[in-house]
Design a protein around this ligand. Structure first.
Ligand SMILES: [Zn+2]
Ligand SMILES: [Zn+2]
Length: 370
């Protein structure tokens, strides 16, 4: 039997359930999970805040582990076959069709209506399709990425889903060398956005977030100025940003907070003819008031949304981890480790903001805090 942590229905505590070990179909593989991430999105899935989610749900959309079993030929994107025993991660997005209007005409595969996501839009009734499980069933067509030998699984999961999502957001933001960038939110997504903005050649990076532990991480990832959202007023933050930008506001603001109130502030802190990229509102926390005249039209502001990732974002994230982890140390973002039985504690640690990154180890029972 395979043990997995399951959200039975919205607003119910996570339970550990047992499932039979799956038989592989042709082209499928079985992953023995070493680590799976606890993401802010998992909190919101537990609260029922994403309309497409089927329950019961095995959460966990970023995972790393060993290939346990392969049926038939399964290759990576370099055409190398997987034989078993390799350390791999995989793209949580599956089923993007490559045939529909969004895939072919709009070239916006993250909006493909056939797209499904492990741990988010595949439910437990469809199989072991989430990472909070001892094994994950990798369906035919799942994009599997080998970890380079120098890349530890802890580093990969420390970066988690935040790094490829931040990569997508930073590229959508078209940051130019020497620009000043504001990152709202210092959770794992915001922290990776700060690191990639640094790599992108920003002149000055301002971070708004909390608590202090996350702001310290923001400094390590490359933020020049950190503003504690819990200890400063909106006027004080505005004064600090204007002070740093000659009274104009930032060239580019990236919202990575998940809090709708951040949108009102971000619209005001981006400069005229600047850019505002919204990536933190993956789940629905309701509307906010915006003044379209002063905050958008008169500002000549460029606003961009970012939905999900495609394979390229994950593939290049693994390369960036191999090349730049000496500079950023993504594994140091992991502050808490939990077994399947402590999944509710894992969610609580993320909810309180005490954890920067919590991970689930489906084969280990011991909770650990660093
Ligand atoms: Zn996530
Ligand atoms: Zn499609």
């Amino acid at each position: 039997m395979v043990r997995a942590a399951v959200i039975p229905a919205p607003n119910q505590p996570v339970q550990v359930r047992e499932y039979p070990r799956p038989k592989l179909e042709e082209g499928a593989a079985l992953l023995r999970t070493l680590f799976s991430e606890v993401c802010g999105t998992d909190l919101y899935l537990q609260q029922g805040l994403l309309s497409e989610t089927p329950y019961p749900l095995i959460p966990g959309h970023a995972s790393v582990g060993l290939v346990e079993e392969v049926r038939g030929q399964v290759c990576d994107t370099e055409g190398r076959p997987l034989l078993g025993g390799e350390m791999v991660t995989f793209l949580d997005v599956h089923g993007t069709c490559g045939r529909c209007w969004y895939c072919l005409v709009a070239k916006a595969s993250t909006r493909c209506p056939h797209r499904k996501v492990y741990g988010i839009t595949y439910g437990a009734d469809e199989g072991l399709l989430g990472g909070w499980s001892q094994y994950v069933y990798l369906k035919p067509g799942v994009r599997i990425v080998r970890l380079p030998e120098s890349l530890a699984p802890e580093t990969l999961i420390g970066a988690g889903c935040g790094l490829p999502t931040a990569l997508h957001a930073v590229e959508r933001s078209d940051i130019l060398l020497g620009q000043t960038v504001l990152v709202q939110g210092t959770g794992p997504l915001g922290l990776s956005a700060i690191a990639l903005t640094r790599l992108r050649g920003a002149y000055n990076i301002i971070a708004i977030g909390a608590p202090e532990r996350r702001l310290q991480a923001a400094r390590r990832m490359g933020a020049d100025v950190c503003l504690d959202v819990e200890k400063t007023s909106i006027e004080e933050r505005r004064a600090a940003v204007m002070d740093a930008t000659g009274g104009r506001g930032v060239d580019v603001a990236i919202e990575a907070s998940g809090n709708p109130a951040a949108i009102q502030e971000g619209l005001d802190l981006a400069r005229d003819n600047g850019r505002y990229t919204v990536v933190g509102q993956y789940t629905d926390h309701g509307p906010v008031q915006v003044n379209p005249h002063t905050q958008i039209n008169k500002k000549h502001l460029d606003i961009r949304g970012v939905w999900g990732i495609d394979y390229s974002h994950l593939h290049r994230s693994v390369l960036l981890l191999e090349r730049y982890n000496d500079q950023f140390h993504w594994e140091e973002l992991i502050t808490h480790t939990f077994g399947l039985e402590q999944a509710n504690d894992a969610l609580a640690a993320v909810r309180s903001g005490q954890a920067i990154k919590a991970v689930i180890t489906p084969w280990g029972a011991q909770a650990e805090e660093v």
